[in-house]
Ligand binder design. Sequence first.
Ligand SMILES: C[S@@+](CC[C@H](N)C(=O)[O-])C[C@H]1O[C@@H](n2cnc3c(N)ncnc32)[C@H](O)[C@@H]1O
Length: 286
Amino acid sequence: MPSNSKDKNRHRSKKIDEKVGKTTIAQTADRHEYYEKAVQCVEAEIDIVDETYKAIRGKRAKLLREDFCGTGNTSCEWIRRRKTNFAVGLDLDQSVLDWGLDNNLSKLDDQQRNRIQLTNQDVLTGHGKTVDLILAMNFSYQLFKTRDQLRRYFASARDGLRQDGLFFIDAYGGYDSYKTVKEKTKYDDFTYYWHQKKYNPINGHMLCHIHFKFNDGSKMKKAFTYDWRLWTLPELRELLQEAGFTKSTVYWEGTDEQTGEGNGKYSPTEKGDDDPSWIAYVVAEK
Ligand SMILES: C[S@@+](CC[C@H](N)C(=O)[O-])C[C@H]1O[C@@H](n2cnc3c(N)ncnc32)[C@H](O)[C@@H]1O
């Protein structure tokens, strides 16, 4: 962790850089690139999705829909896994989809690119074709703040699934998640800040930001903002049921006995721990 005096020097040199017209890292940094580095681990995510589908259905899924796909990073990972895999990503922001086309899909070979499509579409409308898997990851569904809105989205996801399809969402919670707090994680070339700016216990609404700070001391504040509702697991499961899903299962993370931290292995259970901060997956069966 850098000392305060070092920090002051960084701050000063950033100001000098700005005065003399020198470009800071924050001025040229690409927020999507740092988001993918700091927030996503698409390999681990697809491992869980792929293995869980196989465990529940006894066969491999082929067609995946990534809701709120952003840059389509997860869909690209699905495509890389097997030649028989297809993916469609849905997002409303054309600029983010374009970034994904230029930076992620461009790294696929022609054969792989033919099996993926990113489309500017509302997740509530869905996609014409039914699929084996629908993912709504990184808690994006939390932008639906009322039970009616979220139930409507869940029902539309259910409609988008084949008869043996599965719907995956992630969820987070624990008593730390209700605090206004700025958590930082240091990477080699930048620091990632998860900033829980406001939480209203009366309606569950929450305002969060992602900020980045770079090694020259420059900052990209509010690179991403999330204005959403922090839903609890029982609420999510009740709404999945009300939306017509026949079953939902919570996959809870195991504990590394040496560190006491999460071990990245998720298993189905009806009993979690009162961890200060946890991430879980909910898998809903059509
Ligand atoms: C938190 S990002 C998720 C990025 C990516 N799924 C991930 O896992 O990191 C949320 C994305 O949802 C998109 N979005 C918001 N409302 C939407 C809607 N109704 N239909 C489709 N996309 C939507 C936004 O444009 C944004 O790119």
